[in-house]
Every structure is written in structure tokens, then in C-alpha cells.
Ligand binder design. Structure first.
Ligand SMILES: Cc1ncc(COP(=O)(O)O)c(C=O)c1O
Length: 472
């Protein structure tokens, strides 16, 4: 199998040429180092399929190692499938798939003025508090925390959330009915999977709403059914026409219009769900950032048996935390737990423990309170500047969250404004792009969470220059 000492080296093949191998000559490292070097050259495609290698005698001489080091290495690489051995001849490289080099990472779009983000300023992430929480969590966590655990999530976090959600949002839940997810997105995905498994074909959504959420629904095989909203939130006068038995709503702060669902409509919606044995999915994404008066309590408080309440750390801390939580009706817990198990076997334990620590130490509340002050200043500056530079254009949805809606004059196409703004290096989103209906609301969604207050006047100037002349 190995080239015999008598066999002449075939100099017409690359085996006759030098083979560049990065190789560690220290004693005790030779075999491993040679194996890694040849394997690396094959995997990278530098030694292609069919290439003959030097004979063991030749390579041993070149590398100044014993011939046994080379023959052992060739045997090992042949056993792994990288080389094909040939009787009385040097081995050749076997067929090994090479993988294309990683494509370049796309650079994140960086606008001079960014109104696109409706998530928090990531610069405000409470690094020190998180580090302290993680440090403490690691010190006190039992060993079993590093094992597979309850797929609903760490009990420490579920308990802390049950207390927090009751106190801050009026949610009626116990730790056993909470499931920790990767943000709202995964919570929605899990609900969709459960609904689909129960035979549902569609899921109702407010229009306008977040298009990324419709994609999650469609990916699960459900269809999205549109329900219009107005200045008082979801319209409940035509609920009877909805064919879906489940609906996703944003009652505390409709996304994107910012409307707060009127009390009578909350009652009507809960009544609708009870009547048709339906389900309400409450996306409670940004209630913590409420500026002028207390946020209305969660809809879930009205009927914990019919409403799934979903919260997320994406607004209060940062989207990269990827933690969310669902408070479920008892009848759904087991099905959602099984769906979560099938999807990822549970969320990362250490992050959950850190968040539990942040909540129970009071740091979470303190961070939210600090961040709320900063966003309030940014919001006030934005409203003030819009009112003076673009008087007459209505500003809506400013009571909470991290964005406002600027309505445009009749006949102005919001998508054209978005394109014009882009030419001035201003990033902004059109309301009409979030519509499920043929007759969309038009306007601009202005996220201010990521714009420092002192840059807002300049940003509004650049935006105003992108608008067609409007009657003042
Ligand atoms: C309406 C709405 N729901 C939910 C979320 C949060 O999604 P996730 O928790 O998956 O980051 C956002 C984030 O911006 C949002 O705008």
C-alpha cells in the first residue's frame, strides 16, 4: 500500500513538486501536526481530488522526519476518507467537498438620520447591571441549571415574571403557565404551530401591523386575515365577519398607529373570543414606555382563559437579548411546551437566570425608568420640532412606545417620501407598507429611540426637505 523504497517518484505529477505544509517539528507533535496540515490543505481545496501526494520516503526526507511518521499519517487520513491508498504507489487525494468561502457580511444600513428603528437605543443597554446579574446568577445557580431543563424555561425567571407582570401589567398568571421564548417572534411561531396542529387555517391580524409578523404566520402554513383599526384601536363592529378563531392584537399601543384600544372594544373583543371559543394573542411589546399617564392594563387580565399575553425584552433592554415570555391559558400550556421542545429544547439558561436576577433585584425597573426619561425627552423634542417645521401634519400615537406616526397631506404617497428621504440619507418607513388592505393608511413611522435629542432638529429638517410642498 505504501510506495516501496524501490518505486521511483512519479515526477510528472504534483507529487514531484514541493508540497507547502505548515508543520510543527516539535517532538510529540509530528503525527498530529502533519495530519492536520494535509487535511487542512485538502479541505481548503489546495490539494484537489486525484492529486497524488509525495511518496512517504520523499515526504519524510523533505520534512526531515522518520518515514513512519508519514506512513502513519497517510494511513490515518485514508481511514478518515481523505486519501485513497494505491498498491505500491503514493496515495492520491480522495473526493472531498470543499465549501465556498464565507460571503462577506452585509454591513448594517447606516443612515445619517435613522427614523427606522422602533426598538431601543442599544447604547443604553445596562451593561454593568447585566454583568452583575450574570455574575450573581452564575454564583448561585445550582449545577442542574447547566443541564437540559424544564422546556418552559427557568423557574427563577418564570417566578420573577409572574410577579412583575402582575404588578406592572395586571396580568393574571402563575409561573407554571409562563413559557420563555426567543422574543415575541418565537412566541407567535409557537402559537401558530399549535393552532395549525389543531386544524386552524388562518389567523386574524390588525391592519396596519408589523409585516415581519405576517411572515412568521405564513411560514407556519396559516393565512393572515385582515381586521382594520382606527383611532380607537381594533374595530370591533365587524368582528362577526372574521372567519379566523384567533386574532393577534396590540391593545395597549397599536402597532404602528399608536392607538390605544377603547375600553368598550376591549370588552367586545373578549366577548367575541368567548362566543366562538376563540383565542386572543396580545402583543404587549412596549407598554413599559408610557409617558403621559399609566398604560392601560393588559387585556389578558379580563380573560386569562382566552388571552395569551406576550411580552419581550426587545423594547425594555435590547432586541439582541432575544428573550420573550408568554402567559398562557392553562389549556394551552402543554401544547406550547411541546412545540417549544420540538423547536429548540428550551431557551439559554444563563440569560434567563441573569434576567431573573435583574427583575428580582429591582435593576430592571430602574433601567426602564431611566430609559423612559431619555425617550420622553427625545419624543418631546421630536413633537416640538415636527410641530414647528411641519405645522398642520397630524402626529399620532405619541403617548407611548418609541415611535410616532406623522400623517401626510391628502394625495401624498408615503412610499415616494421614503424614497426621497433615502436620497438625503434619512431612513424612514411608510405606513402603507404595513397594510393588509387595498386602501392603506398613509403616513410615516418615525422611530425616535435611536436619535439623540440634539440631533432631532437636523433630522427633521432633512425629512421635511423630502416632503412635497403641503398646505400649511
Ligand atoms: C409590534 C411589535 N411586536 C413585537 C416586537 C418584538 O419582537 P421580538 O420580541 O421578537 O424582538 C416588536 C419589535 O420591534 C414590535 O414592533
Amino acid at each position: 500500500m505504501e510506495a516501496s523504497p524501490a518505486e521511483p517518484l512519479d515526477r510528472s505529477t504534483p507529487s514531484g513538486r514541493d508540497l507547502f505544509l505548515e508543520f510543527d517539528h516539535r517532538r510529540g507533535h509530528l503525527r498530529r501536526s502533519l495530519r492536520l496540515a494535509i487535511r487542512g490543505a485538502i479541505q481548503a481545496g489546495r490539494l484537489g481530488t486525484g492529486t497524488p501526494l509525495p511518496s512517504s520516503r520523499r515526504l519524510a526526507a523533505d520534512l526531515q522526519v522518520s518515514r513512519g511518521v508519514v506512513t502513519d499519517t497517510y494511513d490515518q487520513l485514508a481511514a478518515e476518507g481523505y486519501l485513497a491508498l494505491r498498491p505500491r504507489r503514493a496515495p492520491i487525494v480522495a473526493h472531498v467537498a470543499t465549501v465556498a468561502a464565507d460571503s462577506a457580511e452585509p454591513a448594517p444600513a447606516a443612515w445619517r438620520f435613522d427614523f427606522i428603528g422602533t426598538t431601543p437605543d442599544v447604547e443604553l443597554f445596562p451593561r454593568r447591571a447585566w454583568l452583575r446579574a450574570l455574575d450573581r446568577a452564575l454564583r448561585v445557580a445550582p449545577n442542574e441549571a447547566f443541564d437540559y431543563g424544564d422546556k418552559r424555561g427557568r423557574i427563577e425567571l418564570r417566578r420573577a415574571l409572574a410577579e412583575y407582570l402582575a404588578r406592572v401589567r395586571g396580568v393574571r398568571v402563575d409561573a407554571g403557565r409562563i413559557i420563555i421564548t426567543q422574543g415575541f417572534t418565537q412566541a407567535l411561531d409557537l402559537i401558530c404551530r399549535v393552532l395549525r396542529a389543531r386544524g386552524a387555517e388562518n389567523l386574524a391580524f390588525e391592519t396596519p401591523s408589523l409585516a415581519a409578523e405576517w411572515q412568521t404566520v405564513v411560514a407556519s402554513g396559516l393565512r393572515v386575515e385582515a381586521c382594520p383599526v382606527d383611532a380607537y384601536g381594533l374595530r370591533t363592529d365587524n368582528l362577526a365577519d372574521i372567519s379566523a378563531r384567533a386574532i393577534v392584537v396590540t391593545p395597549a399601543h397599536q402597532f404602528p398607529t399608536g392607538a390605544v384600544m377603547a375600553p368598550a372594544r376591549r370588552t367586545a373583543l373578549v366577548g367575541w373570543a368567548a362566543e366562538r371559543d376563540g383565542l386572543i394573542v396580545e402583543d404587549d411589546y412596549d407598554a413599559e414606555f408610557r409617558y403621559d399617564r399609566n398604560a392601560p392594563g393588559a387585556l389578558q387580565g379580563l380573560d386569562p382563559g382566552r388571552v395569551v399575553h406576550i411580552g419581550t425584552a426587545s423594547k425594555t433592554l435590547a432586541p439582541g437579548v432575544r428573550l420573550g415570555w408568554m402567559s398562557l391559558p392553562a389549556a394551552l400550556v402543554e401544547e406550547v411546551r411541546l412545540a417549544k421542545t420540538a423547536v429548540d429544547s428550551g431557551s439559554p439558561a444563563l440569560d434567563q437566570l441573569a434576567l431573573a436576577e435583574l427583575l428580582s433585584s429591582g435593576e430592571y425597573d430602574r433601567h426602564v425608568a431611566r430609559a423612559r426619561q431619555i425617550y420622553r425627552r427625545r419624543r418631546d423634542r421630536l413633537i416640538e420640532t415636527l410641530s414647528s417645521r411641519l405645522p398642520g401634519l397630524p402626529i399620532e400615537g405619541a403617548a407611548a412606545g418609541l415611535h410616532v406616526v406623522l400623517r401626510l397631506s391628502d394625495g401624498v404617497d408615503d412610499r415616494q417620501v421614503v424614497s426621497a428621504a433615502a436620497t438625503r440619507d434619512v431612513g424612514v418607513r411608510a405606513l402603507s407598507a404595513m397594510s393588509l388592505s387595498d386602501d392603506p393608511m398613509r403616513g410615516l413611522l418615525l422611530g425616535y429611540g435611536r436619535l439623540p435629542a440634539d440631533r432631532i432638529p437636523e433630522a427633521v429638517d432633512a425629512l421635511a426637505a423630502s416632503l412635497p410642498p403641503y398646505p400649511s
